[in-house]
Write a protein that binds this ligand. Structure first.
Ligand code: PMP
Length: 460
């Protein structure tokens, strides 16, 4: 046990008594007690018993530069001493806000030269919904209000962003979805591609967007929102035919394209933004997570010249958050981006460690339980299956085997997440070759153990 905190059991009892966890079965967790994480450095987090866990998920896909960088702590302390808080509502700005906005305009592709700051990915997508609808209202097309999204997308948990998310389990709780949203199917060839080739399937799924627009009426549709690669949905990498066809369709019908880059942004796919990896031209981009490498909460909506011009000319946009452009968060994001640029983190990863991981990750298909292995940059998934050729599902309820494997990973000091029966990773971009070796070795051991348990329980 480390010295600077209470005994583990006491912390678990306090946590169980008072702390309600996100996306968690409260009673189930409280019965066994949470693992208490007390410190982190680089790609490792340490628990209250002193165990070092290799974080294959970069927290929640966010700690791109790794944990515990002194320079960030210094930047935070400097900013807190200088200007701990001020708002940007009433005709004021401050250096961290304007410097960060300018830096983001420099880094972002195309004409995404403007930024509206938010506190997280969820409320950034709420901003995007309101901005897209307001844009069409100002353009004299108030009927264009429907936002199209995709089943199994994740865009956040607020009333707005949770509605955009195509997660049926979320929609069952708390009165979601709000009106004015519709969904098309996801480009998940492994699970839903049937007899089609991936290329045929990618086109078919993209053309569902066109069918939906024609069905609803192009004069009713404001925007289409999508993650370049669905993250929380299971790191679903679309077939190559998918994105070019989507871009063609949004261009043809004049629908705004909102790229949700909350996970893909800031290097994750091997370029600064996922839209660069897939050749997309979004009108609005959602950013969060890697913007500050998770050191503090901050999100943003990157907005194109085309959209910003209309919004800025449209009088007051009655929207904003107390913590929009929080100076401490902005200063930390700036320092994070400085580190990423100065240390060429994205470039080095794209040239060296990402290809290294790719080879090892794709070799996991040699494992008897692993069907496809997908990887782009530093985000990857494997599909677990009892029958690779048939792309079969397990007889057990979906996610049972995935959960077993995730728990084996955690027991083996590796954080790997499961989404149904897919296992996913998104390690810090700074993970080294030796740490990748460790990740793969622990993953294989956990898959072996998971498979034995699945067999013993008759799930295979
Ligand atoms: N969009 C995407 C693509 C995400 O992955 C997430 C979070 N996982 C969000 C939005 C929501 O971000 P936040 O949790 O910061 O509200």
């Amino acid at each position: 046990m480390l010295e600077n905190h209470r005994p583990t059991s006491e912390m678990q009892a306090l946590d169980a008594a008072h702390h309600m966890h996100p996306f968690t079965d409260g009673d189930a967790l409280n019965a066994k007690g949470a693992r208490i994480i007390t410190s982190a450095k680089g790609v490792f987090v340490t628990d209250s018993e002193g165990e070092q866990i290799l974080d294959g998920m970069a927290g929640l896909w966010c700690v791109n530069i790794g944990y515990g960088r002194e320079e960030i702590a210094e930047a935070a302390a400097r900013q807190i001493r200088q200007l701990s808080y001020y708002n940007t509502f009433f005709q004021t700005s401050h250096p961290p806000a304007l410097e960060l906005a300018a830096k983001l305009a420099e880094l972002a592709p195309g004409d995404l030269n403007h930024v509206f700051f938010n506190g997280s990915g969820s409320d950034s997508n709420d901003t995007n919904m309101r901005m897209a609808r307001h844009y069409w209202q100002l353009k004299g097309k108030p009927e264009k209000q429907i936002i199209l999204s995709r089943w199994n997308a994740y865009h956040g948990s607020t009333m707005g962003s949770g509605s955009l998310s195509g997660m049926k389990a979320m929609h069952k709780q708390g009165g979601l979805p709000i009106p004015g949203i519709d969904w098309i199917n996801q480009p998940d060839w492994w699970s839903e591609g049937g007899e089609m080739s991936p290329e045929e399937f990618g086109l078919a799924r993209a053309r569902e967007l066109e069918a939906k627009i024609l069905d609803l009426g192009e004069d009713k549709v404001a925007a289409f929102i999508a993650e370049p690669i669905q993250g929380a949905g299971g790191v679903i990498v679309p077939p190559e035919t998918y994105w070019p066809e989507i871009q063609r369709i949004v261009d043809k019908y004049g629908i705004l394209l909102i790229a949700d880059e909350v996970i893909c942004g800031f290097g994750r796919t091997g370029n600064w933004f996922g839209t660069q990896t897939f050749g997309l031209r979004p009108d609005i981009m959602t950013i969060a997570k890697g913007l500050s490498s998770g050191y503090v909460p901050i999100g943003g909506s990157l907005v194109s010249d085309k959209v910003a011009k209309v919004i800025n000319a449209g009088g007051e946009f009655a929207h904003g958050y107390t913590y929009s452009a929080h100076p401490v968060a902005a200063a930390i994001a700036l320092e994070n981006l400085r580190i990423m640029q100065d240390e060429k983190i994205v470039e080095k990863m794209a040239a060296d460690t990402a290809p290294y991981l790719k080879t090892k990750w794709e070799a996991l298909t040699a494992h008897p339980m692993v069907g496809e292995a997908k990887i782009v940059g530093m985000m990857a998934s494997i599909a677990l299956t009892p029958d690779k050729a048939a792309r079969a599902k397990f007889a057990s309820k979906e996610g049972t085997v995935g959960l077993i494997c995730r728990e084996r990973c955690f027991a083996n000091n590796l954080v790997m997440r499961h989404v149904g029966d897919r296992m996913v990773i998104a390690p810090p971009l700074v993970i080294s070759r030796a740490e990748i070796d460790m990740l793969i070795e622990r993953a294989i051991r956990s898959l072996d153990e998971g498979m034995e348990i699945a067999k013993a329980r008759g799930l295979w």
